[in-house]
Design a protein around this ligand. Structure first.
Ligand code: PDD
Length: 287
């Protein structure tokens, strides 16, 4: 079956789907996006994803002329037409196509594109047994990383540095504070407390992060939303990361130094049970 993409109301073969060369997403990174997990053909956490998308559009003053209901329907239609059960849905909204000029165009409608690609969620469950390694990088991003824009060059460079070092993720550090990963949120556990950077302008408010906080609190576990230092992370009992594409993965090394003896710990294991049970509750998916 050929891969299909959605472009401004039409579903087209991915190979021939395109935006104009003067799309503002390309020229200025003037675009926002969402990545949603789809398991058993069901979009996980669709409601918080669309709420975050609307917030980001509002922050940047981009008008998207499609209501939430039809947007969800089009996304589901694209998933079904591609015939995927387990995939990632990518959704991008740029300010539109216009002659290059920094000033907002007066009459350009936003460009909405969606793509899907197969994704092996079972691999993420298998990785729970071994955990993953992270390196650290300086956080040199702009001051509003809470807005999910396509301007991801620092994240791309950080992730590439991680891969070059044989690590899964790069944690972005500023003034010794661990903010988040290049595409994931960062967590540590100390004395039974589950600690992650507070929301604000320094991190992306991850949907997986939010979901984990809720699940942990419902299970009477202690969650602290506060900044933590790299020194604390190195001395943590356990560490892990969360995102749509890695719902929860134990971190077993930071910059080549073992965390928690270099093996996934019991609190992370318990949290992983909660996370994957929630996935099963919403979508029926099981590894
Ligand atoms: N990244 N922090 C950053 C910088 C991110 O880019 C992401 C998501 C997250 C986790 O957010 P969520 O739980 O909503 O996925 C945190 C997506 C998956 C990406 O860019 O591919």
């Amino acid at each position: 079956m050929p891969q299909l993409a959605y472009v401004n109301g039409q579903i087209l073969p991915l190979a021939s789907a395109s935006l104009h060369v003067e799309d503002r997403g390309t020229q200025f990174g003037d675009a926002v996006y969402e990545v949603c997990a789809v398991l058993n053909g069901q979009i996980l956490d669709w409601q918080p994803h669309r709420v975050r998308l609307r917030r980001n559009l509002a922050e940047l003053g981009i008008t998207l002329d499609i209501a939430d209901g039809p947007l969800g329907l089009q996304a589901r239609r694209l998933i079904a037409r591609n015939g995927h059960q387990d995939c990632l849905l990518y959704l991008q909204v740029s300010r539109g196509t216009a002659r290059r000029d920094h000033v907002f165009p007066a009459d350009a409608p936003a460009n909405l594109v969606m793509t899907v690609r197969r994704f092996d969620f079972a691999q993420r469950v298998r990785q729970l047994a071994t955990g993953i390694k992270v390196i650290t990088q300086g956080d040199n991003r702009w001051g509003r990383v809470d807005i999910k824009t396509t301007g991801l060059l620092p994240n791309v460079l950080a992730k590439q540095a991680a891969r070059a070092a044989g690590a899964f993720e790069a944690w972005m550090v500023a003034d010794d504070i661990v903010r988040e990963g290049s595409s994931t949120n960062a967590w540590i556990i100390k004395d039974g407390r589950i600690i992650t950077h507070p929301t604000g302008t320094h991190i992306l408010p991850g949907i997986a992060r939010d979901s984990l906080i809720r699940l942990a609190r419902e299970a009477q576990m202690l969650v602290e939303e506060r900044a933590f230092t790299l020194t604390e992370a190195r001395a943590a009992d356990e560490a892990f990361l969360t995102s749509t594409t890695a719902p929860i993965l134990p971190v077993v090394a930071i910059d080549g130094q073992a965390v928690a003896g270099g093996t996934p710990g019991p609190v992370t294991h318990r949290l992983a049970e909660l996370v994957w049970n929630e996935v099963a509750r919403q979508t029926g998916w099981r590894a």
